[in-house]
Design a protein around this ligand. Sequence first.
Ligand SMILES: NC(=O)c1ccc[n+]([C@@H]2O[C@H](COP(=O)([O-])OP(=O)(O)OC[C@H]3O[C@@H](n4cnc5c(N)ncnc54)[C@H](O)[C@@H]3O)[C@@H](O)[C@H]2O)c1
Length: 439
Amino acid sequence: MTLKKDGIDKPEGKLGILIPGLGAVSTTFISGVLLIRKGLSLPIGSLTQMGKIKVGKGDKAKYVNIKDFVPLASLEDIEFGGWDIFEDNVYEAASKARVIKKEDIEPIKAELSAIKPWKAVFNKEYVKKLDGVWVKKAPSYWDLAQMVKDDILKFKEEKKLSRMVMVWCGSTEIFQQVIPGVHDTLENFEKALKESHPKIAPSMIYAYAALSLGIPYANGAPNLCNDIPALWELADKNKAPMGGKDFKTGQTLMKTILSPGLKARMLGVSGWYSTNILGNRDGEVLDDPESFKTKEVSKLSVLDRIFQPEIYPDLYKDYYHKVTINYYPPRGDNKEGWDNIDIFGWLGYPMQIKIDFLCRDSILAAPIVLDLALFMDLSKRASLYGNQEWLSFYWKSPMHEPDRDPIHDLFVQLMKLKNTLRWLMDEPPVTFLGSESYD
Ligand SMILES: NC(=O)c1ccc[n+]([C@@H]2O[C@H](COP(=O)([O-])OP(=O)(O)OC[C@H]3O[C@@H](n4cnc5c(N)ncnc54)[C@H](O)[C@@H]3O)[C@@H](O)[C@H]2O)c1
């Protein structure tokens, strides 16, 4: 992250949230914001809306709402726009996703029905399980990027927006690594766009379009997308904040809550087996081995960084970590995740922990979309740009500079996030020294 502090602009005017992928997560997010705006629900799970922060020291310390402490856009000032490979409006897409009950979305049917997707940039090579029908056609990828930019600028004008952010909620694309000559520099990337290079994924075209307009970009999926040197360069060039990858929900959230505790108490781990069943479209996409590989890499990265086996070989060397996802349609979005954790304690005596998490994937992800959109917008107004490491809290696989380790421990992530907010507002950080208590 490039820290450049020269005041924070006020969140005046409307904020447009641009979403490639109007599926389960994004329709749950949009529906939730609209219901909350009508006073029909509470923003549970959202740190920006429900969270408090301790400000001041000693007797003067007080807890204030995060949304009152930092200048965040109000939910009243949000407009939604998005792209999908299916033509369904958001009401139809939300009904098909079946995350929110029909009776709960009826009060906002008109607003949801009015949000219609723009045609998508899609390539089946990257999401093998889906067939796109509502798709842009153009002579080259460069032209596709220009068409995405046109959608954005038209939306800005129509809705009279003052600012925008983009959050990728599209399907997980196949596993990819940075390819020299294509992804390594902005110059090469733009050349490759003009040549419609097959190693440029659709998600990269959206990210390129957003960042080239200086719009913050957040990647909710595990695919490479904006985490390539060319787009890091573009974000710096256009002073756009960005981040990724993969919203931290469900099983990985549990992992980054529990594993720091085991390590804090110097308890050893010999194995961590995670499996889950999931029946939504995301589950279907992940049933393809190439998309699953992307997800697997993201999910596996977490424990190594937290346990640091190279520093604690007696406790964590050679621990076995396995993650599987099984597509099981009857469950829809209501995932069930099981973890079996083999741990050992004093004298090496073995113990076991079992977790059975009956979670709702999109219910956990929706508030993350909201927080990321609002914090990315805050970053932009505070002149922060490039990778927003302080938002690692929200990612399974936080993007990081090559010479820095990502932060995975949820509690360290939260401390970093809150201390960054204090730093932005010229408040001293919480250090827990002396009588300083919980933040
Ligand atoms: N639900 C969670 O808890 C969670 C957690 C972490 C990450 N994610 C990721 O978030 C993403 C969305 O998850 P979901 O459950 O909403 O999936 P979903 O399948 O319901 O929605 C994805 C949508 O993206 C659309 N899409 C695919 N390619 C597109 C493209 N190129 N352009 C525009 N639209 C495109 C699909 O048609 C679909 O409507 C997935 O990548 C998923 O892995 C979800």
